[in-house]
Design a binder for this molecule. Structure first.
Ligand SMILES: O=C(O)c1cc(=O)[nH]c(=O)n1[C@@H]1O[C@H](COP(=O)(O)O)[C@@H](O)[C@H]1O
Length: 234
């Protein structure tokens, strides 16, 4: 069942049973699902197969960041799992990202969308300065976004706060996958560069990654429906 909405629900759960229980409350036509570091570390590739069997397309979010050979090999392994999307960290640089696009373009069969994380949505300018990046998030996002585009990646992970400027600087072809999405009444949790679902789409985001506002809701399916209704009105 193909999904016809921009929502990707983050399945941040400690093991497969709770992740699958959440997936079974959701409709593959209304959302895609993201498997991240916690769930994949605990459950491995099997949980992806279980989600595929339930009709979901899966974004494997491991933010691969390593030397070119290691990262390209990991991306190939992700492609072998049949995932819809996989991410690397643009901070790995040009040679790493080129190695990843080359290995995907040289393979037969299924090829996932390959996107690059730019600046984590949990970071603000002060955080960047502490780790030696003495520029604003917007500038760093555009610098890494341009580099990823030059390397032929399909898209970027960034905050929807940067989506409009990225569209102006890099055009409309890049997929902009934006976490840090919060309905106006939701807690920010540990996210810093947050945007509402409707504003994110208005800003030019392609996909919205949403975790706790849906998965921690008393009624997750209804929380998703409310967000989809907000998007319809945008
Ligand atoms: O690559 C990601 O998915 C990601 C990048 C980023 O900059 N910020 C970010 O929050 N994420 C992920 O998106 C999800 C956001 O979850 P919530 O904060 O619960 O909505 C988590 O699974 C994060 O690991």
């Amino acid at each position: 069942m193909p999904c016809d909405t921009p929502v990707i629900v983050a399945l941040d759960f400690p093991e497969a049973a709770s992740a699958i229980a959440m997936a079974e409350q959701l409709d593959p036509a209304k959302c895609r699902l993201k498997v991240g570091k916690e769930l994949f570390t605990s459950s491995g590739p099997a949980v992806i197969e279980q989600l595929h069997q339930r009709g979901f397309e899966v974004f494997l979010d491991l933010k691969f960041h390593d030397i070119p050979n290691t990262t390209a090999s990991a991306v190939r392994a992700a492609a072998d799992l049949g995932v819809w999307m996989v991410n690397v960290h643009a901070g790995g640089g040009r040679r790493m990202m080129n190695a990843c696009t080359e290995i995907l373009h040289s393979r037969e069969g299924h090829r996932p969308l390959l996107i690059a994380v730019t600046v984590l949505t949990s970071l603000e300018q002060e955080d960047l300065q502490e780790v030696g990046v003495d520029i604003e998030p917007m500038v760093q996002v555009q610098r890494l976004g341009r580099l990823a585009q030059e390397c032929g990646l399909d898209g970027l992970v960034c905050s929807a706060r940067e989506s409009r400027a990225l569209r102006g600087a890099l055009g409309d072809d890049l997929l902009l996958v934006t976490p840090g999405i919060r309905p106006s009444d939701a807690s920010a949790d540990d996210q810093k560069r947050i945007v509402t679902p409707a504003q994110a789409m208005t800003n030019g985001s392609s996909f919205l990654v949403i975790g706790r506002p849906i998965t921690r809701a008393a009624a997750p399916a209804q929380a998703l429906d409310r967000i989809l209704a907000e998007l319809q009105q945008a």
